[in-house]
Ligand binder design. Structure first.
Ligand SMILES: [Zn+2]
Ligand SMILES: [Zn+2]
Length: 378
């Protein structure tokens, strides 16, 4: 535990002992069980309080104590991740959401985002406490209130990775769980991986194995290029592990081996497609694997979940190269015409395939007449 912030924690707080008297700072000690010792005779003060007087700190401190506790947890990096990113890394915010004190656009630098998340102004806003009261308490702490990371087990100063993680609000103990997924447990370049894992909870063993399989596959490069590729791969895998990857841990390596674009791989893996789907579609339409993955990805992005065989079957309709998914507006219009009440992905897919096959909503409506009952009750 970093020195000045160890419990019991000694600080001070301005206190007024009588109405009209000036405020005087006096010592306040926070015990390990987070009880306060103000030095006042609490019994006497209780009586005075009942009469409308007494020491002001006894009224004010309980209101600010939860904020102090939250601040302390964050300052000592005991609070778990204090920042989050909803877009895979470019933009970071405090986990508490965007409050009045936070920049609306968030932070590009996770270190700045974490510093804000543990700042007195932000913590007071989260805890609903008076900023000035929290500032008094934090300001009264004797010693460094933004501590450096603790030294390593062997007494050496923190490695660049530990220091970077600390700056982002992550305790060194937390790093150990993810060491397996790191390209190098010393260098700060592993920070991208750690930040991603802190957000997604991806399995570090899976991240490492999938990256290793991919590196075995790609042609030999110079060591620097290979390392940079490995780091990029680890970060991407850490951000994008899907349910499918948990069920079929080797699926991602197989996906990568198809040469499909990474964005298509994530889209299709998130929708539960194995690489065989792209293979089947590619064979059926005479497309490359990456091309087939991109086409299937378009259908998934548009909100449909066609089986590859269904897309291949569109060839019989005399369609040209690779059928594009119809827009959702067209599918909704067809649903209205057919009296479909609930447009879930499977019904939307049936309608979208029919529009693609017939060319227009009207033709699709004619073709689907008689199946309305089944679709409407779906
Ligand atoms: Zn007092
Ligand atoms: Zn804020």
């Amino acid at each position: 535990m970093p020195g000045a912030l160890a419990l019991p924690l000694a600080t001070s707080f301005p206190c007024r002992v009588a109405e009209g008297a000036g405020a005087v700072r006096h010592r306040v000690v926070v015990a390990e069980d987070w009880r306060l010792d103000t030095g006042h005779d609490e019994d006497l003060e209780q009586i005075a309080g009942a009469l409308g007087g007494g020491a002001s700190c006894l009224r004010e401190l309980p209101l600010v104590l939860p904020a102090l506790r939250l601040w302390w947890q964050r300052a000592t990096r005991r609070a778990g991740p204090v920042i989050r990113s909803d877009d895979g890394g470019p933009i970071w915010r405090a986990v508490d959401g965007t409050l009045g004190c936070c920049p609306a656009r968030g932070f590009r630098d996770p270190i700045l985002a974490a510093a804000h998340a543990r700042d007195v102004v932000h913590v007071a806003a989260v805890a609903g406490a008076h900023r000035r009261a929290l500032r008094h308490l934090v300001g009264g702490i004797e010693g460094e209130v933004d501590p450096l990371p603790p030294p390593m087990a062997d007494g050496q100063p923190a490695t660049p990775l530990v220091a970077a993680a600390w700056a982002c609000g992550l305790h060194p103990e937390w790093l150990g769980r993810f060491a397996e997924a790191l390209p190098d447990t010393q260098a700060a370049e592993g920070m991208g991986v750690l930040l991603a894992l802190s957000q997604t909870g991806a399995d570090p063993t899976w991240v490492r194995t999938s990256a290793s399989d991919e590196l075995l596959r790609i042609p030999a490069r110079d060591p620097d290029g290979l390392h940079a590729h490995l780091v990029g791969l680890l970060v991407w895998l850490s951000w994008t592990m899907t349910e499918l990857d948990r069920e079929e841990p080797s699926a991602r390596a197989s996906w990568l081996a198809t040469g499909a674009r990474r964005q298509d791989i994530v889209t299709l893996s998130s929708a539960g497609y194995l690489p065989d789907a792209a293979r089947e579609l590619g064979l059926g339409w005479g497309m490359t694997l990456p091309g087939a993955a991109q086409l299937l990805g378009r259908w998934v992005d548009a909100g449909y979940r066609p089986r590859p065989a269904e897309l291949v079957a569109l060839r019989d309709a005399g369609l040209g190269f690779g059928p594009m998914p119809p827009g959702q507006a067209a599918v909704r219009r067809l649903a209205d015409l057919l009296g479909v009440r609930r447009l879930d992905p499977s019904v939307a897919t049936v309608l979208a395939l029919e529009i693609a096959r017939r060319g227009t909503v009207g033709a699709a409506q004619l073709a689907l007449r008689g199946t309305e009952v089944r679709l409407a009750s779906a």
